[in-house]
Design a protein around this ligand. Structure first.
Ligand SMILES: [Zn+2]
Length: 65
């Protein structure tokens, strides 16, 4: 279960799938709020992925030039 937070009014809704729009203000900018521990792991994982991608694309650019 994830908690979805409206970026416009701060309304929080617990749901498995992303709500199409906020029931409070009708805004579509809902972001998933993970439990703190899981969010930290996800952030670390995506950081690593970003770094690896940047390194590999830089390497490819250098190889081409
Ligand atoms: Zn809202």
């Amino acid at each position: 279960m994830a908690v979805w937070v409206c970026a416009q009014c701060g309304y929080q809704k617990e749901a498995r799938c992303k709500p199409r729009k906020c029931p409070e203000c009708g805004g579509a900018a809902l972001t998933k709020r993970e439990p703190p521990a899981a969010a930290e792991v996800a952030a670390a994982a995506s950081d690593g992925r970003k770094k690896r991608a940047a390194t590999s694309s830089a390497g490819r650019a250098r190889a081409k030039a």
